[in-house]
Write a protein that binds this ligand. Structure first.
Ligand SMILES: [Zn+2]
Length: 330
């Protein structure tokens, strides 16, 4: 698949294509932007362009052995590293750095792709820094992140930074139609929830997630003692669920608070992300001020930050619901 077919990222793809054609590759790239907007696919397409047997200065052919093997994740000179659990572990980095020291086996370039690079701890990031300063010949490193501000300044300054944009509603609708078999109504819902990202990870249980959202919305209309008695015991369940319910809750709360702020400022209701929960949003509106919505938004960010640093998820979620209740009473 040619780089030019990545949708909605024209400026970034143009910059990348020109860099590859100039043959003056940076030792490391940093791709930042929302999740699921094409960062990882672009990284793999760069690996193809650098290793394609018939590359003619424009794009990879997509047909030769290296191109096909890279596409299915089975090419000796391309390595994709993802967090193992919460973090990218030191051993993963050490192994990758050893791998980078060897000459390319099959292709022209060794390409190391580090997904969620902000999940390296300080120790791993420092180990990585030496290789970024003096990368072995015929290698390139591509770091992917949704939160570049969490990376060490010393890492940021050694990478060529390429920013990826949220996707437009039109592109999201097209991609979801191509890649899923969802009905129109569910597809539109997922498109709105994605806020510029293609949330294929949510496709398998759209109905279940909608039910959870409406339950959360119902509780938020008025959080009294009896609601808290239902909510608090479930924080543990949401924290440990395999489908990352805790993360879904934080994602949803951000969209909910965004919608509340939207209504508080009397902006058009047609642009709400939780259209299907308008009655609950209106009731909630009577209980929160602009200040409390802002305070809650910051609380959600803080909980994300704490969980990324291994804080106890259940306690974090319980604390967040208590704040949601407290700010209704204030
Ligand atoms: Zn090829």
């Amino acid at each position: 698949m040619p780089l030019a077919q990545i949708r909605g990222q024209e400026a970034s793809i143009d910059l990348i294509s020109r860099t590859i054609q100039s043959k003056r590759l940076p030792s490391a790239w940093l791709f930042s932007g929302p999740p699921n907007v094409g960062k990882c696919l672009t990284a793999l397409l760069i690996a193809q362009a650098l290793n394609c047997k018939t590359y003619q200065g424009l794009d990879a052919c997509g047909q030769c052995d290296p191109c096909r093997q890279i596409e299915v994740g089975n090419f000796a000179d391309v390595e994709l590293i993802e967090p193992s659990g919460q973090n990218i572990r030191m051993e993963q980095i050490q192994e990758a750095l050893r791998w980078m020291q060897y000459r390319p086996e099959r292709g022209h370039y060794r390409v190391l792709i580090l997904d969620e690079a902000d999940r390296m701890n300080r120790e791993s990031a420092n180990a990585f820094l030496k290789t970024l300063e003096e990368p072995p010949p015929q290698t390139t490193i591509i770091l992917l992140t949704t939160s570049p501000m969490l990376l060490l300044e010393t890492i940021l300054s050694r990478c060529q930074h390429v920013r990826f944009q949220p996707l437009s509603s039109e592109i999201l609708t097209d991609l979801l139609a191509e890649k899923t078999e969802l009905a129109n109504d569910e597809r539109n819902w997922l498109m709105q929830q994605g806020m510029g990202s293609v949330r294929l990870d949510l496709v398998k249980d759209v109905q279940g997630l909608r039910e959870l959202h409406s339950q959360w919305g119902f509780w938020l209309q008025r959080i009294g003692a009896s609601e808290m008695m239902e909510i608090l015991p479930r924080c543990q369940e949401w924290s440990s669920a395999k489908d990352l319910t805790w993360e879904r809750l934080l994602d949803w709360l951000e969209t909910w608070l965004r919608d509340l702020a939207w209504l508080l400022h009397e902006l058009p209701e047609t642009e709400l992300l939780n259209q299907d929960q308008l009655p609950a949003l209106r009731k909630c509106l009577q209980r929160y001020s602009s200040e409390s919505v802002l305070a809650l938004y910051e609380a959600v960010l803080e909980v994300r930050h704490n969980i990324a640093r291994n804080a106890n998820k259940t306690l974090q979620l319980e604390g967040l619901w208590l704040r949601l209740k407290h700010l209704q009473e204030a």
